[in-house]
Design a protein around this ligand. Sequence first.
Ligand code: OAD
Length: 262
Amino acid sequence: MVKESEAITDDVAELVTSAHRVAVLTGAGISAESGVPTFREAQTGLWERFSAEDLATVEAFENDPALVWTWYRWRQSLIQAVEPNPGHAALADWQARLRARQGELSIITQNVDDLHERAGAEVLGHLHGSIFTHRCVDCAEPAELPAPQYNGFEPPAESEHPPPCAVCGHGVLRPNVVWFAEMLPAEAFEDASAAIRSADLVLVVGTSGIVQPAASLPLLAMERRTPLVEVNPEPTELTEVMDYSLRGPSGTLLAQMVQASR
Ligand code: OAD
């Protein structure tokens, strides 16, 4: 039976203090306090008629490449314009301190942003890819692009077409992210599974737990009876498999946990 609370309890503080190998699965919620909208929030500008799930598909890109391409290019600008928040900083700090004691804190993220890295953490796996890399839809060659020239805080009035691939000449570029129904990068998923299997504490932070197969990773911990702690202001699809569900923003709660781990 999951135990719910709005602040860390003595039980959770005890788990945090004794943990030597921690695995953390993060989702859009950890970047929310930086100002990056989560996937279930309403869209604005050119995209206000769409949900993020409508845009993050191969079909959406084939139907209207400019609409989808511009959404991702604009989100790049938005991510570059914001800063990591205390939740990202807390995980980076905890990772550094566990490593200093020959322990490990493995960050597995569904996020395509780079806010964990900018807070100073190393990420074991970006399960859904990176918004800052691109590849050709036909030949799959990676392509470097200059940073987009958008104001990240204001959606653009017009869309731009994806550029052609300079290698094969017939494909166009797409963001190197995982769209719905696409395969996850196998190595990232295997590394994530191994980290969760070898952890003595697993945290699930800021994810609705709706999107598979990422949402199945915490079940590996459940099978091994590894303590599972969720950090999320709302109940999620994963709450019922948790031992503890901490109901609040990750910036505050992760900072409390790291304080407890000292
Ligand atoms: P969602 O947008 O589905 O869920 C965000 C979660 O963050 C929700 O459960 C919120 O309650 C929670 N949240 C909001 N503010 C928070 C805060 N300050 N602290 C902690 N939690 C907070 O995002 P994901 O679960 O990451 O995939 O979505 C998973 C995948 O679905 C994404 O990676 C993306 C998306 O479609 C693809 O594009 C393939």
